[in-house]
Every structure is written in structure tokens, then in C-alpha cells.
Design a protein around this ligand. Structure first.
Ligand SMILES: [Zn+2]
Length: 249
């Protein structure tokens, strides 16, 4: 029992630390009780979470088949003081669609990829990382439109070439990123993904989002961290959802 109390105290300290490191301009975890929508009236399926391995673990039988068309794409770039995001072009004949793991072939369409920095959104076994990328996709079967997000965490190490492309474009205030290769971040070799049903991580905290988080971290360099730390951020998840909600009405 004492051990549990100590663990809870440590987690509490970590969460307070997280709140203190949130960026101005974004949603503050320290004022989460004041967030609107589902945030204060949820059913217990809120993101982000600590993903405890092997709990929440889904063994993906087939490789994550990111389509070949995503290997050399000219992406629309958006960067301001709050966001670094690249958006896929519309595409033809489902060229940016791939199968959602564990769903017997239900397809989802790649829409955009954005970064969370300062700290990762998710913890894995109570560990936070330097950066987290979110590949936001929309399932395209006849069922209810549903967001599926693929997360990757990053620790300090070698520079990541795709993050570098985004940073270079951001430094130049470019509106496009050429030669973007999604398989550098989400390669077919991924066979083990941590899956759970959660929500958007900021207001309105809508639930019913399918999350797949890769346990093995990629790396990001000190210089890349320094560049991103100069920026302020707002959750692109929130920005995207608001667009999704207003455009589907
Ligand atoms: Zn996100």
C-alpha cells in the first residue's frame, strides 16, 4: 500500500512538472478542470494516457503497410508560433490510404502529420519523451467517419531527416515540403503497436479516437529540439478537430 502511495505521489509530481512545462498559447494542463466539452464530462476514455506495456498492447500480425505513394510527396507546410504541420495532397484512387491494424482491412486515409514538442503527449511505462509525432487519418469505409491517429515518440540522439525537412521549411517560411517520405517515420517494419481507444488531447476532448502508438522511439537531435523549443505550440489535434467538425456539418 505504501508503495502504491509513493508511486501515486511520483506520478503527481510528474504531472505537475508537465503542467509547468506547457507552452503559452496552447491549452494548459494545469487548468484542465476548466476545459469545455467532453473534457469535464467524459466517460473515462481520455487521451493522452500512460500506456502500460503489455497492457493495451495489440500484436499487429501484418506490417504497417504505409502506401508507396507516401514516399515522395510534396506536402503543404504550415508553421506559425504554435504549429508545425504538413498536410497530404488530396490524392487519387486511394493512394494515401492504408489498412487500420486489427480491423480486418478497414482503410484509413492519411490527412496530416504534426508535432508535439517540449514533452511527448503520451507516456510509455511512465516515461515521457522529447517529441511526439501524430499522423492523423480518417477511416474511409461506409461506417461513421472516425479519426485514427498514429503516434511516434522521439528521444535525444541522431537528427531525424523528416523532422529536419519540416524544420528547414519552417526556417525558410516555406509553404511546401518536397520529397517528404512518411515511411521514414512509419516504416513497414513496424509490427508491434500499442493500441487503445481515447480522445482528442485538448478541448473539446471528443472521445472515440483510435490511437496506435509505436513503442520503439525514433531520435531527434539537440539542435532540432532547440529549434522547436523556440516555437510556441497549440495542439494541432484541437485545430484539426474543429475543422473536421465544422466541415462535416
Ligand atoms: Zn496531436
Amino acid at each position: 500500500m505504501l508503495c502504491h502511495l509513493v508511486v501515486y505521489l511520483i506520478i503527481g509530481v510528474l504531472l505537475i512538472h508537465r503542467a509547468g512545462s506547457s507552452r503559452e498559447g496552447g491549452f494548459q494542463y494545469s487548468s484542465q478542470q476548466h476545459w469545455s466539452g467532453t473534457c469535464s464530462n467524459n466517460t473515462g476514455h481520455q487521451s493522452p494516457i500512460n500506456i502500460q506495456v503489455p497492457d493495451n498492447t495489440v500484436k499487429v500480425q501484418d506490417p504497417l503497410l504505409v502506401p508507396a505513394a507516401t514516399k515522395d510527396v510534396t506536402m503543404e507546410m504550415m508553421k506559425d508560433d504554435h504549429t508545425v504541420k504538413v498536410t497530404f495532397p488530396e490524392g487519387i484512387d486511394g493512394e494515401f490510404e492504408f489498412k487500420i491494424p486489427t480491423t480486418n482491412g478497414v482503410k484509413t486515409k492519411a490527412l496530416q502529420l504534426h508535432l508535439h514538442w517540449g514533452q511527448s503527449e503520451h507516456m510509455i511505462n511512465f516515461k515521457w519523451y522529447k517529441l511526439e509525432s501524430h499522423l492523423v487519418t480518417l477511416r474511409v469505409d461506409d461506417g461513421q467517419p472516425k479519426l485514427t491517429v498514429f503516434g511516434r515518440v522521439f528521444e535525444l540522439g541522431e537528427a531525424n531527416p523528416m523532422v529536419e525537412k519540416m524544420i528547414e521549411a519552417a526556417e525558410r517560411n516555406a509553404t511546401q515540403v518536397e520529397g517528404f517520405d512518411l515511411t521514414v517515420l512509419y516504416p513497414p517494419s513496424i509490427r508491434h503497436i500499442l493500441a487503445y481507444s481515447g480522445s482528442l488531447t485538448t478541448p473539446p476532448c471528443t472521445e472515440g479516437v483510435s490511437w496506435f502508438v509505436v513503442q520503439e522511439p525514433l531520435t531527434i537531435s539537440e539542435d532540432q529540439v532547440k529549434f522547436l523549443d523556440k516555437l510556441d505550440q497549440i495542439s494541432e489535434c484541437f485545430t484539426y478537430l474543429m475543422h473536421f467538425l465544422t466541415s462535416s456539418q
